[in-house]
Design a protein around this ligand. Structure first.
Ligand code: HAM
Length: 413
């Protein structure tokens, strides 16, 4: 035997009930997002490396160490998409969507790639369900996006959910705040972990994320961005909160909320689930008012979120998934009758019935067992004396003409 080849580390196959559960998740999402005006978008699996370097941010873990980047010849550098927001904004610009009525509301379900250390709930190829609403800074867009996400998670039955909410303000407020935070970190440098110390200039906000006890102590007295917001940003945040209150969405304001992407401005949020282990982030998102301009488009605002498909499924009870029903199983007593059986199965499918045919050369007894296993509603057996049609519900069996099988079953299905 040749050497066995396995799926790459951090990847997985989707089979059986898991595949059915994913289908249901997509149906739930579509049923909630499309009536709210979100249209499906698909973007390529890889993009110019510059899109993520600029869009997601040079200082982020994603860009620094998690991207699958490859040279594509003639000096072109491409990267397997690590996230969906920058690609959707790229598509918005490329298709002139700023000329459409705003905001443009898009949803996606695709796979993404990050070279992270694999563990439960963290993979190197994973799926995200996401939405982006581009072209309006109305706080109602933020609130609506969060309400839709919360509805999807609730419909799936996700357990132990917690929604944390914050606001980052505008880049100007953030820059000013950042200077104050860096000064605070510098003043307490000797108590910080080496990792935080090394990144004081690069990404001081990440210090709020640290588990290191000394760092946590220093952060307990750190200035908070929420206290530094200007009047307009504060009003925007108050309006988002008021609408969430009105919609009955429960959240906690967490001024230390940090997300691993640089493009966020104003509203920021994350759903976690305590039904998950260390990788508790189910979904996250926020507003990104500067991103479209940053990657070469007009100055238009945007807001959105993405939810990890595997994590949503891990946090939810398995849905009652039933295999698709079988209307008609076509069996035959001897190989010479296979062509007739084949024709009936094909005709039945064309007429809209879920029909199956014996495909593995089983004995007639084996075929009937197979029909039983599939829970077929009817079985048609091609035999010596014509076609015997059995109603598996009533047990009734009769000899019929092959051409009339469909007529016989139609009424009952
Ligand atoms: P993100 O927080 O990086 O945000 O990812 C969103 C979700 O994807 C996470 O909450 C998690 O459920 C899932 N996820 C991330 N990495 C992995 C992984 N390695 N394995 C399994 N699941 C993972 C974004 O990607 C932003 N684009 C969200 C956004 C959209 N913001 C605005 N619009």
């Amino acid at each position: 035997m040749s050497e066995k080849i396995q799926a790459p580390r951090g990847t997985f196959d989707v089979l059986g009930d898991d595949a059915l559960a994913r289908d249901r998740l997509v149906e739930v999402a579509r049923g909630i997002l499309e009536p709210a005006g979100y249209a499906r978008i698909e973007t390529p699996a890889f993009e110019s490396t510059a899109l993520f370097a600029r869009g997601v941010g040079e200082s982020t873990d994603i860009v620094q160490k998690e991207m699958y980047t490859f040279e594509a010849g003639e000096g072109e550098s491409l990267t397997l998409r690590p996230e969906g927001t920058a690609p959707v904004c790229r598509a918005y610009i490329e298709h002139g969507m700023h000329k459409l009525p705003q905001p443009v509301k898009l949803w996606y379900l695709s796979s993404y790639f990050r070279r992270e250390r694999p563990q439960k709930g963290r993979y190197r190829q994973f799926w995200q369900l996401g939405i982006e609403a581009i072209g309006s800074d109305d706080p109602a867009v933020d609130a609506e996006a969060i309400v839709l996400l919360s509805e999807i998670l609730e419909t799936l039955g996700a357990r132990g959910l917690r929604l944390r909410l914050s606001s980052l303000g505008t880049p100007a407020t953030r820059a000013e705040y950042r200077d104050r935070l860096v000064a605070h970190l510098r003043a307490n440098e000797d108590r910080l972990s080496q990792e935080v110390r090394d990144r004081i200039e690069l990404n001081p906000l990440r210090a709020f994320d640290a588990d290191h006890p000394g760092t946590r102590e220093v952060m307990a007295s750190a200035p908070l961005l929420l206290d530094a917001l200007d009047e307009e940003d504060l009003t925007h945040f108050e309006q988002v909160k008021a609408m969430l209150d009105g919609a009955g969405v429960v959240y906690e304001v967490d001024p230390t909320l940090v997300r691993g992407l640089d493009y966020y401005t104003r509203t920021l949020f994350e759903f976690t689930s305590d039904a998950l282990g260390a990788q508790s982030g189910v979904a996250g998102g926020g507003r990104y008012d500067g991103l479209v301009e940053l990657i070469g488009g007009p100055a238009v605002p945007g807001v959105g979120w993405a939810a990890g498909v595997e994590r949503m499924l891990l946090a939810s009870p398995p849905p009652p998934v039933a295999p698709p029903p079988v209307d008609l199983y076509v069996a035959y007593a001897k190989p010479e009758l296979r062509a007739d059986a084949f024709k009936l199965a094909a005709d039945a499918r064309r007429a809209g019935h879920a029909a199956r045919l014996e495909l593995a050369g089983r004995s007639l007894k084996g075929q009937l067992k197979q029909a039983d296993r599939m829970d077929a509603r009817y079985v048609a057996i091609f035999g010596e004396e014509g076609v015997s049609l059995k109603d598996m519900e009533s047990g009734e069996q009769k000899i019929v003409e092959a051409e009339t099988v469909m007529h016989h079953i139609r009424g009952a299905l």
